[in-house]
Design a protein around this ligand. Structure first.
Ligand SMILES: [Zn+2]
Length: 229
């Protein structure tokens, strides 16, 4: 500290004090001599007085998070208001710069995450919408298929009704259409219970007199379990 200030003396008439020999003086006059600060020392002290709270504010930021915004802004504002000489006394000014960068990065990361979440939400919405549309299309196709089927069944019923009506006057013609109908050839024996589609059926192996003819001429009503399919 600069020592070029002035030496000054102040006198107090009555003051309890210890004198230079360390003797207690009760309510006695005393003379106090002191040296004033130089202008330079005064200025330096004022600069420290201004810089110290800024140093404390920067230390007060602590670990940077998304909640640090106001602390960083306050410290920055206080620092920027200092004179250059005062700024030079802020020993942790680099910490402020570093904290500002860390906060900006944290904020950008949060914004990036928010944007990503928004993008994903939109994608989910679009997917759900697409699935809904696909389901609607599938349901419509199903309904159309059902309608076509019903129309076909209705047509088939009309046809079979017509066929049954035809059958009343043309029985042979309609039954001959069937592969195992009244017209197909079957085999049987006089005393056997069943009729057969195969004359070599093993249940006919011991029969000598095997009859054959169209189903309509067969007197048996039970199809053979072995050969008649
Ligand atoms: Zn048989």
């Amino acid at each position: 500290m600069n020592q070029d200030g002035q030496v000054k003396t102040v006198k107090i008439d009555n003051l309890d004090h210890f004198d230079k020999g360390q003797n207690f003086q009760k309510n006695a006059p005393v003379e106090i001599t002191y040296r004033t600060l130089s202008d330079a020392a005064r200025t330096e002290q004022a600069n420290h007085a201004a810089a110290d709270p800024v140093i404390a504010a920067i230390n007060g930021i602590g670990d940077v998070s998304l909640d640090s915004e106001s602390k960083i802004a306050d410290a920055r504002k206080a620092y920027d208001q200092l004179t250059d000489d005062q700024k030079a006394l802020v020993s942790n000014a680099d910490v402020l710069t570093r904290d500002e960068a860390a906060f900006t990065a944290a904020k950008e990361e949060k914004e990036r995450q928010a944007a990503e979440a928004e993008r994903q939400a939109q994608e989910e919405t679009a997917k759900a919408q697409k699935a809904k549309e696909d389901a609607a299309i599938a349901q419509k196709a199903q309904e159309e298929a059902t309608q076509r089927q019903q129309a076909a069944q209705s047509h088939e019923q009309q046809k079979s009704t017509a066929s049954a009506q035809n059958g009343s006057w043309n029985d042979d013609h309609t039954t001959n259409d069937r592969s195992k109908g009244q017209g197909s050839i079957v085999y049987w024996t006089e005393n056997g219970k069943s009729y057969h589609s195969n004359p070599h059926c093993r249940s006919l192996a011991r029969s000598k007199n095997i009859h054959s003819g169209p189903m309509s001429a067969c007197p048996k009503s039970d199809p053979c379990n072995i050969c008649y399919h």
